[in-house]
Structure formats: structure tokens, C-alpha cells
Design a binder for this molecule. Structure first.
Ligand SMILES: NC(=O)c1ccc[n+]([C@@H]2O[C@H](COP(=O)([O-])OP(=O)(O)OC[C@H]3O[C@@H](n4cnc5c(N)ncnc54)[C@H](OP(=O)(O)O)[C@@H]3O)[C@@H](O)[C@H]2O)c1
Length: 271
């Protein structure tokens, strides 16, 4: 099974909001023909309506290569039963929903359904996502390979050892873009409070986060050394880091609390 199967038999996207659209944009930019994609969404965006050749809320193929489920976890019980007929067959189901376990999908679709649980993130829209995947009992090696190939079109893919890792993964890379965007907002706001024009403060904050991210991914040094490289002894950065790295009220305990809250919510959504 490979991308040719998807081109020939089709990809059904159940739910095409923020995450579904981010991935679809990446796939279309990467050359997947719109005519190979069926989008099922009750209120399609103007962007979706404008994609030439896309099968939008059209009759679905009986046995698509892949169904990608991108509805909110709370909508799953309403949305998924409409596709039950595709369960227990050759169609690979890929779910990106936070919290919903493989066992829940097996209950809803049948235990013989090949299912891959995936946690992507929105930088997929610019081909810079990262997605963690784990397959169900019925998902063969070639099913997981196909999920990896499809998701690799929108960024990096990592395979998990067990489904129990998914909560912590979600708290880092699924939610992480939001933390990073908030960092940009907060740095820009602090710059503005210190007298910079809003546009200039935002430009500086965005370029700094993007540049630092690129450097962190591409430098030979690890993030600790890259941080040290910025921090002149007794200089300006050190003054800031003494606040940010405070063991009681700095970034580390704050992010730990934030990510623990994310993991707790992930478990609740799956219950
Ligand atoms: N956003 C992220 O960064 C992110 C990252 C990783 C994983 N996820 C996961 O991705 C999933 C979608 O999240 P999202 O942020 O993209 O949410 P979203 O923007 O609300 O997208 C969900 C889409 O599904 C549609 N929908 C609702 N009921 C449906 C049904 N019965 N059949 C087909 N479509 C239906 C919604 O339409 P209406 O708006 O009209 O209800 C909406 O367009 C969630 O399970 C989330 O956990 C999201």
C-alpha cells in the first residue's frame, strides 16, 4: 500500500476544520490530486469550496484506501457510525482525535479494522508538522507504513512504542504550537509595554522564535549549549533567565503544570 492506493481508491477526510485543513493543504501542495480526496464536513470553509476537483460532501467511495478522522473527540460518537460499513475491511482508518483510544475505535468500527492513531500539529499546513503514530492490533506493517507515508507529506513522523505515550506526546507536539504562539504574543506584548510599536514588536518576536527553532533543529549543539551561547556571563540574557529559569516560579514548573493539565484533559476526553 502506498500513495498510489490513495490516488486510485481515495482518501476520505471526516471533519475538515483547523487540523484537517492544515493537513489537506500540505497534501495538495505536495501533489495529491484534489479529485482523490472526499471531504465530509457539515460547514465547509470557503477555502474548501474553492478547491477545484475536490469531492466535497459528495457520495463516498465504498472502499477508500484511507479514512482520516479529524472531528472533535466530542463529535466522534455522532460522526463515526456513518462510516461503520467501511470497518473490518481493507480501508485504513487514521484518527487524529485527542484522547480517543484505539479500543474505542475498535468498538465502533469492528476489531478487524486497521486503525492508526496519530497526533499531528498545525505546522503541517506549511509542511513542518510532526506527527506521532501507533497502530492497532489489526494494523499490519504496510498499514502503518502507509500512514507514515501520508503524514510524512506534511512533516516529520515518529512511531510510538505504545499507546500510553500518546497523552504526553499530545501535550508536547500536538498542543505545543499553541504554547509557542503564546510565547510570541507574550514577548511582543512585553516589547510593546517597553515602548516598541506593536508591528515591530511582533515582527521581532515571530522572527526570533522561527529563527531559534530553525537553529535548534539544524545546529550541531544541543538546546542547552545554544542557550549558553546567547548568555553572556553577567549580561542581559542572564538577567532574564534568572527570572525564567527560577525553579519555583519559572518556565520549568509552569510548563510542567501546563502539560500535566493537558495530559489530564486528554485522559478525560478518552474516558
Ligand atoms: N487543532 C489542532 O492543533 C489539532 C492538533 C492535533 C489533533 N487535533 C485533533 O483534530 C481534531 C479536529 O480538531 P480541529 O482543531 O481541527 O477542530 P475543528 O476545527 O472544530 O474541526 C472539526 C471539523 O469537523 C466538523 N464536523 C463536526 N461534526 C461532523 C460530522 N458529524 N461529520 C463530519 N464533520 C464534522 C466540524 O464542523 P463544525 O465546525 O460545523 O462543527 C469542523 O469543521 C480533534 O479531534 C483534535 O483533537 C487537533
Amino acid at each position: 500500500m502506498d500513495m498510489n492506493d490513495i490516488r486510485e481508491k481515495g482518501l476520505v477526510l471526516l471533519g475538515c476544520g483547523k487540523m484537517g485543513s492544515a493537513m489537506l493543504k500540505g497534501w495538495l501542495d505536495g501533489g495529491l490530486p484534489a479529485s482523490s480526496v472526499w471531504v465530509n464536513d457539515p460547514n465547509p470553509s470557503d477555502w474548501l469550496k474553492g478547491i477545484e476537483g475536490l469531492n466535497l460532501n459528495a457520495k463516498l467511495p465504498e472502499t477508500p484506501a484511507v479514512v482520516l478522522v479529524a472531528v472533535k473527540p466530542q463529535m466522534m460518537a455522532d460522526a463515526l457510525p456513518t462510516l461503520k460499513a467501511m470497518g473490518n475491511g481493507s480501508t485504513l482508518f487514521i484518527s487524529v482525535a485527542a484522547g480517543i483510544t484505539l479500543a474505542t475505535y475498535e468498538e465502533m468500527l469492528g476489531a478487524k479494522t486497521p486503525i492508526v492513531r496519530a497526533m499531528p500539529n498545525t505546522p503541517a499546513a506549511v509542511g513542518r508538522g510532526v506527527t506521532a503514530i501507533i497502530g492497532s492490533e489489526a494494523a499490519r506493517g504496510d498499514h502503518v507504513d502507509l500512514a507514515e507515508t501520508l503524514l510524512s507529506a506534511v512533516g516529520q513522523v515518529v512511531r510510538l512504542e505504545n499507546e500510553g505515550q500518546m497523552g504526553a506526546v499530545t501535550a508536547i507536539s500536538g498542543c505545543g504550537p499553541a504554547y509557542t504562539f503564546h510565547l510570541i504574543e507574550a514577548m511582543a506584548a512585553a516589547g510593546e509595554a517597553n515602548g516598541l510599536a506593536p508591528e515591530l514588536a511582533l515582527q521581532l518576536a515571530k522572527a526570533t522564535v522561527a529563527g531559534a527553532g530553525h537553529l535548534a533543529e539544524n545546529a550541531d549543539e544541543d538546546p542547552t549549549q545554544l542557550r549558553i551561547n546567547v548568555t553572556s556571563p553577567n549580561g542581559v540574557t542572564q538577567a532574564a533567565l534568572e527570572v525564567l529559569m527560577n525553579e519555583d516560579v519559572g518556565f520549568p514548573p509552569l510548563l510542567k503544570r501546563a502539560m500535566d493539565a493537558a495530559i489530564k484533559r486528554d485522559k478525560e476526553l478518552g474516558a
